[in-house]
Design a protein around this ligand. Structure first.
Ligand SMILES: Nc1ncnc2c1ncn2[C@@H]1O[C@H](COP(=O)(O)OP(=O)(O)OP(=O)(O)O)[C@@H](O)[C@H]1O
Ligand SMILES: [Mg+2]
Length: 242
């Protein structure tokens, strides 16, 4: 459904993504794992059109979206929850949700979708008049995901949803991500530095190192890999999974 073929992306003369080919099938959660500076966020920014690839192609369904701008890409159905959440911090929770739907033409259904998001993330209903910048980290992450969902995407790009959150809040966010996948059959490309979390939730995964995919497989296969255990899962892995 979403397919990148041999994508190269640069920041000036920094070659951040070096020939990446990945795909996400309908209904699938696909994890991109890798350390700091590996190129994970750059891959997501290239898909959502914030950055233009120097070469390679990106297809979404049968459409070639490689040369489209961010707004058109959003309209084709690719939602992006960026690193650091990037809310409209001075606006209320409700206004953030309404702005999430700005690309849509079926404006009469926006209220229904806000209701649906408030059912999935009940805290957003309680906080609807609150200024987004005053929400807790976990609440901000929920709002960022709900705002992206307001565009009714067919695939959601999630960049480190667990960043800076306590384990109990992370578990809650991950349960909600799973519910979105199961409930709406939504496909997701999930970036995480926390490989244990990502490999537990996703169906398949890719490992990114210095701009390249160095390993791929089902998450079961990746969890079994000695290299992954050593490099990304660390000590204690076996106690958690076995
Ligand atoms: N705006 C930018 N200008 C120049 N170089 C950048 C910029 N953003 C990222 N880079 C470089 O591109 C490379 C990939 O960065 P990227 O943010 O994609 O990594 P990442 O895998 O998301 O890392 P992290 O897990 O720390 O978020 C890094 O070497 C980084 O320094
Ligand atoms: Mg990143």
């Amino acid at each position: 459904m979403l397919r990148l073929s041999n994508i190269h992306t640069y920041y000036g003369n920094i070659h951040a993504v070096k020939g990446v080919s990945i795909h996400v099938n309908p209904g699938e959660i696909v994890a991109l794992i890798g350390g700091n500076g590996a190129g994970k966020s750059t891959i997501l920014r290239t898909i959502s059109g914030i950055l233009k690839p120097a070469s390679g192609t990106i297809h979404f369904g049968s459409d070639d979206i490689t040369s489209l701008g961010p707004e058109s890409i959003l309209r084709t159905g690719i939602g992006h929850v960026p690193e650091g959440r990037r809310l409209f911090k001075g606006l209320t929770v409700r206004d953030n949700l309404i702005l999430g739907a700005y690309s849509r033409r079926d404006r009469d259904r926006i209220d229904d979708d806000i209701d649906a998001m408030e059912r999935l993330f009940p805290i957003l209903k309680k906080r609807k008049g609150q200024i987004a910048g005053t929400l807790s980290g976990g609440e901000q992450q929920m709002l960022a995901m709900a705002r992206a969902m307001m565009a009714r995407p067919g695939v959601l790009l999630l960049d480190e949803p667990s960043m800076g959150l306590a384990p109990i809040i992370t578990a809650q966010i991950y349960a909600q991500i799973k519910a979105l996948n199961l409930g709406e059959g939504l496909s997701m490309l999930l970036v995480e530095q926390n490989a244990r979390l990502a490999l537990n939730l996703a169906h398949r995964g890719y490992v990114v190192e210095t701009g390249r995919i160095v390993m791929e497989g089902t998450t079961g296969e990746l969890r079994e890999s000695n290299e992954i255990q050593r490099a990304y899962l660390g000590k204690g892995y076996r106690e958690v999974w076995e």
